[in-house]
Ligand binder design. Structure first.
Ligand code: NGQ
Ligand code: ZN
Length: 467
């Protein structure tokens, strides 16, 4: 058992004073006691304690590509650059990665995530094969690199191997740029069976990600979901859906239905599911998807970077929808900044302020943090009931804000969180981070910061030198 004391802590019910937290050797909270005094020998954290944020959507390899597509000219024939022209460049980059590079990139990325307040990550892992498209001698080669990166850094991991079979609706054959992603449903189930004991041994949650309705035809989806249920009927399921209007149009042309409607009619979507992006939904789809219990996986910085569009948060919340945050392509790796971007998108769209606050929780940064933690924990496949956050039975994942940061100093705890989210000017206000009860970030730094950064830069340099 280990314990910590905080003068202010954000519990699922709101801010509490004088809280002592105790957790077990497995890294789960066994006691959360407000209005108490520190037991003798228990250390007090140097600022308000907030729950660590689960990052529910990551393609780790894309970290080394972030910032490298911010110029005009990738689109064919004078068309405007778009999600689709970005994707062509991203495929070229993905085509060259070596296993060592994937591991070095992921290790640095996970260090960055921990330093930025994410304590776990759902890895939507789709680069499976060698550069020529053939499986590695060990089919799990690249997945094992991600597992090692999580182990080395201490971040919690939900591993989501991705099923990818077609280049578009109606069974269009995959294209050359997708050769490293493609696998049969049988090969996917074998991969999951092989990874299952490895993940168990490491405390990693294993799930499945049908990439999108564009990439997985109906029979592949049905059989893969049945196979997953046979392995673990509670495993999380994530899918990219309705991110771009072209995808909605193509789905309508193929089936007569919009993607979210089609999915809800053809799969038993429930609380195990995370609908990643779900940007373009009809009013009926907002209602139905929220009622299914699925989590909306929102990735504000990537959705802005790729020109996706804006999710309608008030409509989703009014329908009772759960949501969480992902850093996806990692243009931004900063939990506070994603919260700010999410709220700012809604403000710009609606010409209102504090859109995500509620009567029960008027502090918008507090309200958003609690919702994103609960939705993120659910999408990560934690056992229900998963409020996430600082509650008995949850992972001991938490972040101590730096009360001496100029933006925060002297403020009441809820305002410190507001300043952290809205006014820290990209200068981190995080002092320490614990993942599964172990302090992984101290004085703002992870122990692997310097070595992982150097390995990342070397990997990216080599990668960009390869043609
Ligand atoms: C991905 N990323 O799989 O990395 C996708 C792009 C696609 C985002 N959607 C590829 N942000 O959707 O086909
Ligand atoms: Zn994605």
């Amino acid at each position: 058992m280990t314990s910590l004391f905080a003068q202010d802590a954000l519990l699922p019910t709101g801010w509490a004073k004088n809280v002592q937290l105790t957790w077990s050797a497995s890294g789960h909270l066994t006691q959360v006691q407000p209005d108490t005094r520190p037991a003798s020998g228990v250390a007090t954290v140097p600022g308000p304690l907030i729950p660590g944020l689960p990052n529910l959507h990551s393609h780790a390899f894309q970290r080394a590509f972030a910032g490298l597509t911010e110029y005009r000219g990738a689109a064919p024939d004078g068309q405007q650059d778009s999600f689709w022209s970005w994707r062509t460049l991203m495929y070229r980059f993905a085509a060259r990665l070596s296993p060592e590079q994937v591991e070095a990139i992921a290790t640095w990325l996970y260090v960055e995530m921990l330093e930025a307040g994410y304590t776990s990550v759902c890895e939507f892992h789709y680069v499976h094969h060698d550069t020529d498209g053939r499986p590695y001698a060990d089919d799990a080669e690249l997945a094992l690199g991600l597992l090692r990166a999580a182990q080395a850094t201490g971040i919690g991991l939900t591993l989501l191997p991705v099923l990818y079979q077609t280049s578009g609706f109606g069974g269009l054959p995959p294209n050359h740029g997708q050769r490293r992603f493609i696998r049969s449903t049988d090969a996917m189930l074998k991969l999951l069976q092989g990874l299952n004991p490895v993940c168990d041994a490491q405390g990693v949650r294993l799930g499945l990600a049908p990439h999108s309705l564009r990439a997985v035809p109906p029979e592949g989806l049905r059989e893969a979901l049945a196979g997953l249920d046979a392995i673990d009927p509670t495993a999380p399921i994530h899918i990219h859906i309705a991110e771009q209007t072209a995808e909605v149009d193509a789905c309508l042309a193929w089936s007569g239905q919009r993607p979210v409607d089609w999915l809800l009619d053809h799969a038993a979507v429930d609380g195990r599911w995370c609908l990643v992006h779900a940007t373009h939904m009809s009013d009926a789809e907002y209602q139905r998807a929220a009622a299914s219990g699925a989590v909306a996986g929102l990735c504000p910085s990537t959705e802005a970077n790729l020109g996706d569009g804006l999710f309608d948060m008030p409509r989703w919340l009014a329908a009772g929808g759960a949501w969480g945050l992902g850093s996806d392509s990692h243009a931004t790796v900063n939990a506070a900044e994603e919260l700010m971007l999410l709220e700012y998108g809604q403000r710009l769209q609606r010409r209102e302020r504090n859109v995500l606050a509620s009567a029960a929780q008027p502090q918008v940064a507090t309200a958003m943090t609690l919702q994103a933690v609960a939705g993120g924990a659910q999408a990560s496949g934690r056992a229900p009931p998963c409020s996430g956050g600082l509650a008995v039975g949850q992972r001991a994942d938490f972040v101590a804000l730096d009360a001496s940061h100029v933006a925060l100093a002297g403020l009441p705890a809820p305002d410190m969180l507001s300043a952290h989210v809205f006014a820290s000017h990209r200068r981190s206000a995080i002092a320490s981070v614990w993942a599964a009860g172990r302090e992984r970030v101290s004085a703002g730094h992870h122990a692997l910061h310097t070595s992982a950064a150097a390995a990342f830069v070397a990997a990216r340099t080599r990668l960009l030198a390869t043609t």
